[in-house]
Design a protein. Structure first.
Length: 169
């Protein structure tokens, strides 16, 4: 990392404390859950039931935006070298050991690491350069395509049902 020690410490501390980071590879930025381990952020994905990692490729670069835990605004942005870890390597085992402790709601918790080795990618995002001075411009972007839908109108009979229940009490 070619940044001053204070910026390096900020990157590590902010990324370690943040549950999500915004990562932009070759495409749009995505929110990814991660683990900070041995000087880098580690993510797992691109498999069934796991987070997508589009635009992140082995040997490529990425831009990581970390939000402030208390205020929610951008705290630091850093560039990363992306490296895919080989399943079964000591580095992979150490990273996966940390990642599996942070994975919530896994459908197959006891066999999760085996599935990750077969079907997923574990990426190491190693910091290169940090930027703490940021412009005040908005980074708002249109939402990515998703299967999620907006809320529909309340069925006509629902208010009467709810009123009946409250009168019985």
């Amino acid at each position: 990392m070619t940044t001053p020690p204070l910026a390096k410490a900020l990157v590590e501390e902010a990324t370690r404390k943040s549950g999500l980071v915004w990562v932009r590879g070759d495409g749009p930025a995505r929110a990814l859950w991660h683990v900070w381990h041995e000087g880098a952020a580690h993510v797992v994905g691109d498999g069934p039931g796991e987070q997508p990692l589009p635009g992140l490729r082995d040997g490529g670069a990425a831009e990581v935006t970390v939000r402030s835990k208390d205020k929610g605004g951008r705290l630091v942005v850093w560039t990363a070298s992306v490296r895919q870890l080989a399943p079964g390597s000591p580095e992979w085992d150490a990273a996966v050991g940390e990642l599996k402790g942070k994975r919530l709601n896994a459908p197959d918790a006891e066999r999760m690491t085996e599935r990750w080795a077969r079907e997923c990618r574990v990426l190491r995002l190693e910091p290169r350069e940090a930027f703490t001075e940021m412009s005040g411009e908005s980074l708002a972007a249109p939402p990515l395509p998703s299967g999620a839908v907006t809320r529909r109108a309340v069925p006509a009979g629902l208010p009467k049902l709810l009123l009946k229940r409250s009168r019985r009490r």
